[in-house]
Design a protein around this ligand. Structure first.
Ligand code: ADP
Ligand code: MG
Length: 316
């Protein structure tokens, strides 16, 4: 049974790469890391009912499990190459596995990621993906490089995924534009690579802008001041929520999978061009300041009250 499931996954996630010397089928995979590059590694687990609603389509679970990991590599400025998949399933549901693998494969093909191994076990539905990628030595984007005076940018728009989750919880459905942001996040891989020579610090937004920018501030020993008016919102959000709710979803809501990054003042003017070359865009939302913590100011310069400081496990 287990081997049939592994074979079903392997057959669907069919990306091949010349730098895989030995892939699925032995006790471990052998990979060729280009000389002069760091191997960049990260892993993330999705638990049913915690990281995705129990009603999520299997294809979307597969996509998202890979996407959240590619987003972490993007935040390091790394180019993804390989993935491992540890799948815990309540039963040997072949139809679920096939659909899951299809969604995973779609995103793997888009980013040329080869599946090189994994593990298949029985238990409550849990998906752990590990991704590996490469970045030239000295070029990785880390959280600790922000300096007072740097501009703070975010890619894309914020708050739609959290808006979708709220609507799902409140009324059982959400419009497709918001739902897509929740179920099929697009990891900003090309933007991360393009920002290697530009950003002083970078993080991907999984737990909410305030919480995640807070990590940059803590790691860099600085604070940040954001302008509430500058937060990039989508028409999908503004059509369904009032302005204050949109703002709170953008600041505190999780699952955006956009990049938040800082840029020294002399390079600010280059951001739009560099991202346009990879079909990306970013909005300046504030500035790094001396001190600590993240403050948000309204148009009159008054502090905005924050309702949801961000997602944390074990917080209750
Ligand atoms: P072992 O017992 O040596 O750990 P397994 O029987 O668990 O090996 O796995 C056999 C092969 O299939 C290994 O190469 C492993 O990496 C791969 N594999 C197992 N589960 C998965 C999965 N869910 N996705 C991709 N590869 C998998
Ligand atoms: Mg073994």
């Amino acid at each position: 049974m287990e081997f049939a499931l592994i074979e079903a996954i392997r057959a669907r996630v069919d990306v091949t790469r010349g730098d895989v010397a030995l892939g699925i089928g032995d006790d471990a995979a052998l990979l060729d890391v280009p000389p002069g590059q760091h191997l960049v590694a990260c892993t993330d687990t999705l638990v049913a009912g915690v990281h995705f609603p129990a009603v999520t389509a299997p294809e979307d679970i597969g996509w998202k499990a890979l996407a959240v990991n590619l987003s972490d590599l993007a935040a390091m400025g790394a180019a993804p190459a390989w993935a491992l998949l540890a799948l815990t399933l309540p039963d040997g549901d072949a139809a679920f596995v096939e659909r899951f693998a299809q969604g995973f494969a779609e995103l793997a093909r888009a980013h040329d990621v080869a599946l090189i191994g994994g593990d298949t076990t029985q238990g409550s539905l849990t998906v752990t993906v590990t991704v590996l990628g490469c970045v030239p030595r000295g070029m990785a984007l880390v959280r600790g490089g922000a300096r007072a005076g740097d501009a703070v940018f975010v890619t894309g728009t914020l708050g739609e995924a959290a808006g979708a989750l709220r609507l799902l919880q409140d009324r059982g459905d959400a419009p497709v534009a918001l739902r897509t942001r929740l179920d099929r996040p697009e990891p900003r891989v090309a933007a991360g690579v393009a920002l290697r020579k530009l950003a002083s610090a970078c993080i991907d937004l999984s737990d909410g802008l305030l919480a995640d920018l807070g990590h940059i501030c803590a790691a860099s020993g600085v604070g940040a001041e954001l302008l509430a008016e500058a937060l990039p919102l989508s028409s999908g959000s503004t059509a369904h929520f009032d302005a204050e709710t949109c703002r709170q979803l953008a600041l505190g809501g999780g699952d955006d999978y956009e990049l938040c990054f800082t840029v020294p003042p002399a390079r600010e003017k280059d951001v739009a061009d560099v991202l346009a070359r990879v079909d990306g865009s970013a909005t300046c939302i504030g500035r790094i300041v001396a001190g600590s913590g993240v403050r948000v100011l309204d148009a009159g310069g008054n502090p905005v009250a924050i309702m949801h400081p961000g997602w944390q496990h074990f917080s209750r």
